[in-house]
Design a binder for this molecule. Structure first.
Ligand code: ZN
Length: 400
């Protein structure tokens, strides 16, 4: 089948980049991971070169010429701004000093000569889950995704769009404080999070939460447990296996995690009332009997009103290893389509231009104009139209 235009999706991780290609009809041209080393530890220069290699790799595999690429979607682990500027305080995956305050999105756009649309990895995975579930209706639906890993990532999608917030920090579900009454065992210390808060969702529902908070406490309740003889980091990674085998202490730990996730979804229900709640992470890949038990525990702890329970669903994030790259590709495709000019030659778009989140003063003024239009209806076309108008006016202003 001839290809008229495509977008590339890139998922940048601590060790590898995964890439994919999505065509104009919404079909992925790769059904497997396409990985190259990400070289992020060697600093921005090497890492940007690796992202370019990743683009070349997926084009090579599929035989698509670079002239067909209209935009590139990119995700990285956080913390970074909504436009892809890595935190000036550094970040776990970006320890090299060159990363501090580095604009990874802008640098890749400049190197490729193509628009690059940025999201953090949690938001990309959330966008992917949203598209898989809602397909052609994606622009009219909303969802919340919680993905349990080392931390607790995720994102919020409203009307098919990632909610980024004013500073790029919306959808940080892990750092939402949750009620702890009835969750903690009598005498159990309040769990602490790396972000400085205590009792947020990540302090319980993450591998870090197991290592720092849950396991140290539960080992005092199960003296002589095999895991007590191991270094805590190693023991924390084994808790899931013990859970799968029905170990009492491991199940107590996962019950607390499920309760935390259910309470988080309950907060989401009252804040956002989404069409879907997605749950992802290592536990989704666990043995089916254990995964089903955990999922049922999360559901049992998610308090929905009767009307909400009828309207919404709780489900699992599919294909987690490809979710970042694929979500990034959807972000790029949605951005390009929102321009209203699917046949627009790539060269007309300035390579360094930012995505539709602009934090400068003109952007703020335009945002005020757009808000009433957004509030007027949930139709996908209405949103795209409003944003396109705002972008066009923005360009006019900048050109003036
Ligand atoms: Zn936190």
């Amino acid at each position: 089948m001839p290809v008229d235009w495509v977008v590339v999706g890139l998922d940048n991780g601590g060790t590898t980049n995964n890439g994919t290609i999505l065509d104009s009809s919404g079909r992925f041209l790769l059904d497997q991971m396409a990985e190259v080393p990400s070289d992020v530890r060697e600093g921005p220069d090497k890492a940007i070169a690796s992202l370019v290699v990743s683009v070349e790799q997926v084009l090579g595999i599929t035989g698509v010429p670079i002239t067909a690429v209209r935009a590139v979607g990119l995700d990285t682990p956080g913390p970074a701004s909504g436009d892809g500027v890595i935190s000036s305080k550094g970040a776990t995956n970006f320890g090299h000093a060159g990363w501090r305050g580095f604009d990874i999105r802008g640098a890749l756009a400049e190197r490729l000569g193509l628009p690059v649309i940025y999201n953090n990895d949690g938001n990309s995975a959330a966008l992917y889950a949203h598209h898989v579930r809602f397909d052609a209706e994606y622009g009219e639906r909303s969802s919340v995704a919680a993905i349990v890993g080392t931390g607790l990532g995720g994102g919020i999608i409203e009307g098919g769009r990632v909610i980024k917030g004013a500073a790029g920090m919306a959808g940080e579900l892990g750092h939402v404080p949750i009620p702890l009454d009835g969750l903690l065992a009598p005498g159990q210390p309040t769990p602490a999070c790396n972000c400085g808060q205590s009792g947020d969702a990540e302090s319980v529902a993450s591998l870090t939460g197991i290592q720092n908070n849950l396991l140290p406490y539960w080992l005092t309740r199960y003296e002589g447990h095999e895991l007590g003889g191991l270094p805590i980091g190693k023991a924390a990674r084994l808790v899931r296996k013990y859970g799968e085998e029905g170990d009492e202490m491991a199940l107590a730990i996962f019950r607390q995690q499920a309760m935390a996730l259910g309470r988080l979804f309950t907060i989401a229900a009252n804040f956002l009332d989404p069409d879907a709640y997605f749950l992802g992470g290592g536990v989704v890949e666990a043995a089916p009997h254990f995964r089903d038990w955990f999922f049922a525990e999360v559901r049992a702890n998610t308090v929905l009103r009767e009307e909400q329970a009828r309207a919404a669903e709780i489900s699992l994030v599919p294909d987690l290893d490809m979710a970042g790259a694929r979500g990034s590709a959807y972000a790029a495709r949605n951005w390009f389509i929102a321009q209203g000019q699917p046949s627009w030659p790539g060269g007309v778009l300035s390579p360094g231009r930012r995505d539709d989140h602009d934090h400068g003063e003109p952007g703020r003024l335009i945002a005020l104009v757009v808000v009433p239009v957004r509030a007027a209806g949930r139709k996908a076309g209405a949103l795209a139209g409003a944003d396109h108008m705002a972008l066009a006016r923005h360009r006019e202003r900048q050109g003036a």
